[in-house]
Design a protein around this ligand. Structure first.
Ligand code: UDP
Ligand code: MG
Length: 323
């Protein structure tokens, strides 16, 4: 019999969690009624990413009332990527979905996603939003630019507007779990592992309750994660700019020598010299900075720190460290 595990990362979501559960229960009931004997078994894995509010208490309550609900609780906030990894690692179903708790990933799509995987030749059904309503112009512009840049410099396709909401079969989940890197960027990991993915589109939905956890600074760090994780193109920037500057300086030297010999004016040109020094040292610092970015990621990877640490869970014997 089929079983769907739904991984739900939650960080300070005491308001959104009950609303989510109510909606999800409706969807599960509908699936049981419409698919009759074929209805898959369900399991909801709530991952408490170090919440400081009543999120964990609500999860425990849900687990007591409905055994389909399980929970994992982190010792601190490890980030959504770590929460997804922990959920996938502990999922027992032969199909696994990843879904946000704020209903921006509509649970009502789940039956359709499941029937696509059952009937058609796909390993995963993923979703993307077709609009960005409710998001500021500036934020949309930054996101669009990020996707343009990363898709130019990375060979892994990173779909614009893709959400983390998707349903995968066991083969793909196991492949994702084998990517046990510390610096995780799911949108890239899902693309990198390959497999046949069908994309569904829906319009952007606003949060059911609570507030977004993504500040601009956090989004910027996340996009750097994506670029350093899935492209090494910036590293070649230093070489390319270096070659360009060598060529340019050669021409300049020629020009200056000729100018001095013909007109004999050695002192003027001071301002241009100052500008060139500023420019070149700026470019050098930029390139050193890029190397530093990659070095710091490498440094963290080589430490082999666990991706998450559990402090509590609904059952004993959970995989309590992601390494
Ligand atoms: N989330 C998490 N850990 C974090 C940040 C977010 O587990 O450090 C969860 C959050 O509870 C939600 C999902 O990730 O279920 C998406 O977060 P949010 O809605 O804030 O992001 P947005 O939809 O605005 O991109
Ligand atoms: Mg959200």
């Amino acid at each position: 019999m089929d079983k769907i595990s739904v991984v739900v990362p939650c960080w300070n979501e005491e308001e959104a969690l009950p609303i989510y559960y109510r909606e999800m229960r409706r969807v599960m009931d509908r699936m049981r009624n419409s698919e009759k004997g074929d209805a898959p078994e369900m399991e909801l894995i709530f991952v408490d990413d170090g919440s400081e509010d009543g999120t964990l208490a609500i999860m425990k309550e849900l687990h007591r009332a409905d055994l389909r609900c399980r929970y994992l609780s982190f010792s601190r906030n490890f980030g959504k990527e770590a929460a997804i990894y922990a959920g996938l690692k502990n999922a027992s179903g032969n199909y696994v979905a990843v879904m946000d708790v704020d209903l921006q990933d509509p649970p009502s799509l789940l039956p359709e996603m499941f029937s696509i995987l059952k009937r058609e030749d796909y390993d995963s059904v993923a979703t993307r939003r077709s609009t960005r309503t409710g998001e500021s112009r500036f934020r949309s512009f930054l996101s669009e630019s990020f996707y343009k840049v990363i898709n130019r410099i990375s060979r892994t396709e990173i779909v614009n507007g893709a959400r983390d909401y998707r349903l995968m079969n066991r083969k793909m989940v196991d492949a994702v779990l084998r990517m046990s890197e510390y610096n995780r960027f799911s949108k890239g990991i899902f693309g990198w592992v390959g497999f046949r993915t069908k994309w569904l589109e829906f319009e952007n939905i606003e949060r059911s309750a609570g507030e977004t956890k993504w500040s601009l600074g956090k989004l910027f760090r996340y996009s750097m994660e994506g670029i350093t994780g899935f492209s090494v193109a910036p590293l070649s920037l230093a070489s390319i700019v270096g070659v360009l500057f060598c060529g340019l300086s050669f021409l300049l030297v020629l020009l200056i020598v000729v100018k001095t010999l013909v007109w004999g004016d050695p002192v003027s040109g001071w301002p241009s010299l100052a500008c060139i020094i500023f420019l070149v040292s700026g470019v050098q610092l930029l390139c050193t900075g890029i190397v530093g970015q990659y070095l710091s990621k490498t440094y963290l990877e080589t430490k082999h720190r666990p991706i998450f640490i559990l402090k509590d869970s609904s059952e004993e014997g959970e995989q309590n460290e992601g390494a």
